[in-house]
Design a protein around this ligand. Structure first.
Ligand SMILES: [Fe+2]
Length: 464
C-alpha cells in the first residue's frame, strides 16, 4: 500500500520529533565503554597471602577501626583472637615507644549454623586529640601486634580532608586490585564504605570463615584508618533454612558503629562528623517507613546539621535511588519515595550508594513532585538536590553489572561498568560554596572524556 504524501510527511515529522525528544532526554549523559582489565571475578583461595593468619599463639587478627563518636576524637578498635579470649585491652599513646594509655574493652562471640566465631573484641578509646598520630597495641599479654592511626582535624568549615569511597568489595583478585589501588593514594584518610563486605553468604551455609578471611584481607587498611560502615544486603545473613533468623548477626557482632552518639536507636543508621563533612549513614535493609525508628531518627537528624560548621552533607546508603543499570533496578525506590523530599529540603550534597556493580553519577535532579494523579513522575533538574553516585564496583565475586537501560536517562550524567573505587578530595568551604549547584565529577570521567581511552589509573573524585 502506498502512503499519501501528506501521510509520509506526517510520519517523517513524528519520527523527527521522536528523535529530537530522545536527544533531549539523553542530553549530557555519557556511557563509558571503558573496562579496567579484569583479573578474575573469583574469590582468592583461603591460602592466599592476603588472608595470612598472623604468627604467634592467639595472635590478634582482623584488626579494624572506625570512628567512635560524633566529632572524631574517639576510635573503636576491634580485633579477633582465635584460640581463647585473651585480653580486650588496647594500649595507646602518641609515642611509638611509649604506649602510656590503656583502655579495656569487651569481647563477644557468636554461632552461625555450624560455625563458631573467634573472640571478637571491641574497645572504644576516647578523648583523643584531634589531628594527632596515635600508636596502639592489641593482644596484650600474649602475642602483641602494633598499629597506628591519625585522628581527623577538629570539625570545622575550612578543614580539608580526603575520603575514599569503596563498596561491594568482596574478596576476589579484583577486590585486591581495588584495595591496592586505594592504598596507593597517599591522601586517602578515611573510607566511606557503602555496604556489602565479605560476600560470605555466597558460600554454602554462609560459610562464616569467609567473614574472617575478608577481615584479614582488608586489615592492611582498616587497622590504620577508619572505615565508616554501611550495611548492605550481603550483611543480612538471614537464612531461616539454616535456623538463622536474626538479620545481620555476623555483621553486628564484628562491626560496631557509634550510633548512640548521634542519638540513634539502631546500629545501622547513624551520623558522624569528620572535618568539614556531616555524614549520615542509612540502612536500606532496616525499616524506614513512616514512624519507624530510622524514619524518626532521620527526621530529627537533618535539622541538626549545622552547615556553617560542616558545609558538606553526605549520605551513605547501600541501594541507589537513581540507577539506570538493569541490575537492582528500582530496588531503592521505596526509600527514595520516603526521604528524597527531605534531601532536597536540606540540600544534601551527595549521596553515595553501592549495590550495583558499576559506577554512575547523576545530575542534580529530583523526583518529588509526583502525587500519583498529577503524572509528574519524571526526574527534573533541581539545584537543591543531591548528586547521586553509585560506586558498588569494588570487585566482588558476582562480577560487573554491565547491562544498562537504553537510552541513557536524562538524569544520568555518566556511567561505566568497571571495577574501582573513588577518592573524594579536599572538602573545603570554598569548594562547597562554588560547587553546590554545579557538577561533581570523577577524575576518571574527565580522563575518559578527554582522552577517549582508559588511563587505567583514574579512580579519583576531585571536585571540579
Ligand atoms: Fe548489595
Amino acid at each position: 500500500m502506498e502512503l499519501s504524501k501528506n501521510m509520509r510527511n506526517s510520519i517523517f515529522l513524528i519520527l523527527l520529533a521522536s528523535l529530537l525528544l530522545s536527544t533531549t532526554r539523553c542530553k549530557g549523559g555519557v556511557t563509558s565503554t571503558y573496562r579496567r582489565r579484569l583479573e578474575a571475578s573469583v574469590d582468592m583461595p583461603l591460602d592466599s597471602d592476603v588472608f595470612r593468619v598472623p604468627a604467634g599463639y592467639n595472635a590478634p587478627q582482623q584488626v579494624h577501626i572506625t570512628q567512635g563518636d560524633v566529632d572524631g576524637n574517639a576510635v573503636i578498635v576491634s580485633w579477633v583472637t582465635p584460640d581463647e579470649p585473651g585480653s580486650s585491652v588496647v594500649l595507646y599513646g602518641t609515642s611509638k615507644h611509649n604506649l602510656d594509655k590503656m583502655k579495656t574493652g569487651k569481647h563477644t562471640q557468636y554461632k552461625y549454623y555450624n560455625y563458631t566465631s573467634g573472640f571478637i573484641h571491641h574497645c572504644t578509646i576516647r578523648h583523643l586529640k584531634f589531628d594527632t598520630k596515635y600508636y596502639y597495641a592489641v593482644g596484650i599479654g600474649q602475642t602483641v601486634r602494633k598499629f597506628w592511626f591519625k585522628t581527623p582535624p577538629e570539625v570545622g568549615p575550612d578543614v580539608p580532608y580526603t575520603f575514599g569511597i569503596i563498596g561491594d568489595l568482596g574478596q576476589t583478585y579484583d577486590s585486591n586490585t581495588t584495595l591496592s589501588h586505594y592504598e596507593s593514594n597517599p591522601k586517602a584518610e578515611t573510607v566511606l564504605y557503602v555496604g556489602d563486605l565479605s560476600y560470605a553468604d555466597n558460600y554454602p551455609d554462609h560459610d562464616n570463615n569467609r567473614w574472617d578471611s575478608w577481615a584479614r584481607f582488608v586489615e592492611r587498611s582498616t587497622a590504620y584508618q577508619p572505615w565508616i560502615w554501611t550495611a548492605g544486603n550481603h550483611e543480612l545473613d538471614f537464612e531461616p533454612s539454616l535456623g538463622e533468623k536474626e538479620p545481620f548477626k555476623p555483621f553486628k557482632h564484628r562491626y560496631q558503629t557509634p550510633y548512640r552518639a548521634s542519638d540513634s536507636t539502631g546500629p545501622f543508621w547513624y551520623s558522624v562528623k569528620r572535618a568539614s563533612a556531616h555524614i549520615i549513614v542509612l540502612s536500606t535493609y532496616s525499616a524506614y517507613g513512616k514512624y519507624t525508628p530510622q524514619y524518626r531518627w532521620l527526621e530529627e537528624e537533618l535539622p541538626k546539621v549545622n552547615r556553617s560548621e560542616t558545609p558538606w552533607l553526605i549520605v551513605l546508603v547501600h541501594s541507589p535511588w537513581y540507577n539506570s543499570n538493569t541490575y537492582h533496578y528500582m530496588e531503592g525506590e521505596t526509600m527514595r519515595v520516603m526521604f528524597e523530599s527531605w534531601f532536597v529540603q536540606y540540600k544534601v550534597d551527595v549521596v553515595f550508594a553501592g549495590h550495583v556493580h558499576a559506577y554512575e553519577r547523576s545530575h542534580r535532579i529530583s523526583n518529588i513532585a509526583y502525587d500519583i494523579v498529577n503524572k509528574n513522575c519524571t526526574p527534573v533538574p533541581n539545584e537543591d538536590a543531591p548528586v547521586y553516585i553509585t560506586i558498588g564496583d569494588g570487585g566482588n565475586i558476582e562480577g560487573l553489572a554491565s547491562n544498562m537501560t537504553e537510552p541513557q536517562p536524562s538524569y544520568s550524567a555518566f556511567r561505566e561498568a568497571s571495577f574501582g573505587h573513588a577518592i573524594f578530595l579536599r572538602l573545603r568551604t570554598e569548594h562547597m560554596l562554588t560547587t553546590h549547584g554545579t557538577v561533581i565529577r570523577m577524575e576518571r570521567e574527565l580522563q575518559q572524556m578527554k582522552n577517549g581511552s582508559p588511563t587505567g589509573t583514574g579512580f579519583q573524585l576531585p571536585i571540579s
